[in-house]
Design a protein around this ligand. Structure first.
Ligand code: NAD
Length: 240
């Protein structure tokens, strides 16, 4: 069977763990070369090493524009191109306003700005932004996170519109409750874990690989007429 990202070069931010690691893993399995980028350099090295010769590690704090620009350049330097960018790095809902906006919103903006420019120059590419169901609705006490993830939807539409003439597609994914290091602190409290299961029509938490499957579609040529769209991967949570 043809690999769905055969010959593509990809940059995935926040790829050392959780959803980002699942995306990088799936991309490599589908024939891509992947720059596994993360603020945690040692963890990025471990993840890249586990993926073999098609993966390289990179240290990048996405809240630092120069770091993001350098990560895009490092992808081109390592693989000769950047065809796919996943703006995945993010921090949880318990951080303060400035930090949350810096990582979850400005970080995505820097990726779109520099990754989009590099792709436009080469004549095309695909960018996937990881938002959240909290980019579509709110829950109590998550103001900065909710604002940042709603902002990602706006950036997705704006850059999709601006980059369409250059052949660059930009889409967003809204994961629901997914078991990762980010959600471990709440998933380990039985009452919260089961409440979330009850609020999710499919009756369970999602796995990082289930998000990666949708990101793969949007990153691949199968999504050739899909841009400025948002895909919900939440077991029905937002319909509840
Ligand atoms: N887990 C969920 O339920 C869930 C739901 C909706 C959206 N999301 C989003 O999915 C994305 C991935 O989250 P996850 O659950 O895999 O979390 P995670 O904590 O397992 O992984 C996040 C990764 O991002 C890295 N990171 C943090 N700050 C960074 C920065 N400034 N620059 C670069 N890397 C940085 C971390 O080191 C880590 O490796 C985030 O954007 C998160 O908001 C997660």
């Amino acid at each position: 069977m043809t690999q769905r990202l055969q010959g593509k070069a990809a940059l995935v931010t926040g790829a050392a763990s959780g959803i980002g690691r699942a995306i990088a893993t799936r991309f490599v399995a589908e024939g891509a070369r992947v720059l596994v980028s993360d603020i945690d350099a040692a963890a990025a090295e471990r993840t890249a090493a586990s993926l073999g010769a098609a993966a390289r590690a990179n240290r990048c704090d996405t809240s630092d524009e120069a770091d993001v620009e350098a990560a895009v350049a490092a992808t081109v330097e390592a693989f000769g191109a950047i065809d796919v960018l996943v703006n995945n790095a993010g921090i949880a809902a318990n951080a303060d306003w400035a930090k949350t906006i810096a990582v979850n919103l400005s970080g995505v903006y820097y990726g779109l700005k520099h990754g989009g420019a590099a792709m436009a120059q080469r004549g095309g590419g695909a960018i996937v932004n990881i938002s959240s169901v909290l980019g579509l609705l709110a829950i109590p006490g998550a103001g900065a996170y909710t604002a940042s993830k709603h902002g990602v939807v706006g950036l997705t539409k704006q850059f999709a519109l601006d980059l369409a003439p250059q052949g660059v597609r930009v889409n967003a994914v809204h994961p629901g409750w997914i078991r990762t290091a980010m959600t471990d602190p709440i998933a380990s409290v039985e009452q919260i874990r089961t409440t979330i299961e009850q609020q999710t029509p499919m009756g369970r938490w999602g796995q990082p690989e289930e998000v990666a499957n949708v990101v793969l579609f949007l990153a691949s040529d199968e999504a050739s007429f899909v841009t400025a769209s948002s895909y919900v991967v939440d077991g029905g949570y937002t319909a509840h």
